[in-house]
Design a protein around this ligand. Structure first.
Ligand code: ADP
Length: 518
């Protein structure tokens, strides 16, 4: 194993977990491997592939990356190739001929290929010793990137002349997704390896700036000039306008999104890899397969669609193990945008619901005052042994928490008084004594909590309500139009058995400070 590592990849030692996984897989055992992005999953099947007699087929959903992955292997002297829909008929025929003649050890294919007659004919003729299923979370509809084509994999494996070893790999999987992978890929007595998701060199923080752009600009201005990083934004339009603004303000920034020409995209990517540009402003199209070790910051200008996406994108920072920052700039309007995107993306109601719940988990992350690392670990089903990591944005925020119990009780009472039938905006309107038409039409001005928070701004009440939701004192349904409901914890708060302590600096007070520029 060490000899192969050194000869083909030029590395001296294995990383955590790699050696035992490789040993098991070489020994013929199925495996499920969960390791963070950049953790070194590929070697876990590439080394066994070199050692095995027959071929290994790698199923990978990212057609755009296949070529690069294969080229890297070829550069290392490994006989690898790929088959996908981008090949011309003549190139395809030539590859099939070469494959049949045993020229390759590794074959990369898209899951869609499994349903094509030519691919199935080919597989009947090859000796296939191993199947590696990359991005295995795509098989589960509980995951963030469900691809129905993945569901065909286990059926296809059963058609092969001999059952090969099956290795499933992913960077992120909650418990439900893990169970789906085991079940739907029909892994047999698999060796399961889970590398903790916690990365101690990453400083996670969530900030809610009043003026996002100003905040970003000031933050970047303070970052050392030699530092490079990524600013993620939700849409192509935002990417472009943000890049323009940053450039006008003197920053060395370039844009990257799928709407740009391949040439322009490659240029940005190359400039980034070679440190010719310090900031890449990008949509989520940027990053997959980009293996730059010294990314010092990943800033999310908009909230991504869920926790998995956030973890994966933020995780591109600090692969070299040095301290790096992952900052999420939160604005409640991003939730509305993401909901709209979810609405447009699927008509399947069950899928729709799952996507909303996944988004809700990230919203909770944005509002919690608990340790951000612990919050993330809990989300991914890991056992949390320490409730404070001591180095995330929440743990290092030394501002004393303020007792907001009375205010929280007012909000909860109002939710009760309006019959647990309305969303946050209506509840806020009632609390502030709004005279809007809808409040009058629904006679909500008659409830006892009408106007009891007149002295508070909409933003303040909203922040506190969202905090209560994040901490579990209040429930918000995961619907397109979420409704506020009370739960067992709400009762405790209402009865004064649970105090609501929130750090003002984390919430609206910090926003106020920023506004005044101090
Ligand atoms: P993943 O698929 O988990 O995101 P990769 O397999 O692409 O990660 O590995 C990330 C980077 O780490 C690659 O550049 C890879 O060559 C490197 N790497 C993997 N294993 C080792 C090792 N044992 N020693 C040094 N570098 C490694």
């Amino acid at each position: 194993m060490e000899t192969l590592l050194k000869r083909y990849f030029g590395y001296e030692t294995f990383r955590e977990g790699q050696a035992s996984i490789i040993e098991q897989v070489i020994g013929g055992r199925d495996a499920l491997i969960i390791m963070p992005t950049g953790g070194g999953k590929s070697l876990c099947y590439q080394i066994p592939a070199l050692q095995k007699e027959g071929m290994t087929i790698v199923i990978s959903p990212l057609i755009a990356l296949m070529k690069d992955q294969v080229e890297n292997l070829i550069q290392n002297g490994i006989a690898a190739t790929f088959l996908n829909s981008t090949l011309s008929q003549s190139a395809l025929n030539e590859r099939i001929y070469e494959l049949e003649n045993g020229r390759y050890k590794l074959l990369y294919a898209a899951p869609e290929a499994l349903s094509t007659p030519y691919f199935n004919r080919l597989c009947q003729k090859l000796t296939i010793d191993m199947i590696a299923v990359d991005e295995a979370h795509c098989i589960s509809q509980w995951g963030h990137d469900f691809r129905p084509s993945y569901r065909a994999i286990s059926g296809w494996i059963e058609t092969l002349p001999k059952r090969p070893v099956v290795v499933a790999l992913t960077a992120t999987a909650t418990k439900a997704v893990r169970e789906d992978i085991l079940l739907l890929l029909k892994l047999q007595d698999p060796y399961v390896h889970i590398n903790g998701i916690k990365r101690e060199n990453l400083f996670y923080d969530v900030v809610k700036p009043v003026h996002k752009y100003n905040y970003l600009k000031n933050w970047l201005a303070k970052s050392p000039e030699t530092h490079t990083g990524i600013v993620y934004a939700a849409t192509r339009k935002t990417v472009e306008s943000l890049t323009d603004k940053l450039r006008k303000d003197g920053f060395n920034a370039l844009a990257y999104h799928a709407g740009m020409s391949a040439e322009a995209r490659n240029q940005t990517q190359d400039d980034f890899m070679q440190d010719k540009v310090s900031i890449v402003v990008a949509t989520n199209a940027f990053g997959m397969g980009i293996d730059k070790p010294d990314v010092r910051f990943v800033i999310h200008y908009n909230m991504p669609k869920n926790m998995e996406a956030y973890y994966q994108e933020a995780g591109r920072a600090g692969r070299d193990g040095l301290e790096s920052t992952c900052l999420l700039l939160y604005d409640a309007s991003d939730i509305v945008k993401q909901k709209l995107l979810i609405h447009q993306s699927t008509s399947d109601t069950e899928r729709h619901q799952i996507m909303l719940e996944n988004l809700q988990a990230l919203v909770r992350y944005c509002h919690t005052s608990a340790c951000l690392n612990a919050e993330m670990m809990r989300y991914f089903g890991e056992t949390v042994t320490e409730e404070t990591c001591g180095y995330c944005g929440n743990c290092t925020d030394l501002t004393a928490a303020v007792d907001y119990t009375v205010e929280a009780q007012k909000i909860l009472s109002c939710v009760y008084r309006v019959g647990q039938r309305f969303g946050l905006n209506v509840v806020i309107d009632v609390l502030r004594g709004s005279k809007s038409q809808r409040i009058m039409d629904w006679h909500l001005d008659e409830v006892s909590t009408y106007g009891i928070m007149q002295d508070r701004s909409v933003a303040e009440i909203k922040e506190l309500a969202m905090f209560c939701i994040a901490e579990g004192y209040l429930t918000m349904t995961a619907d397109t139009y979420p409704i506020l409901k009370l739960n067992a914890m709400s009762q405790r708060v209402l009865k004064g058995k649970q105090r609501v302590l929130m750090k003002p600096s984390k919430q609206f007070e910090r926003a106020k400070i920023e506004k005044t520029g101090s």
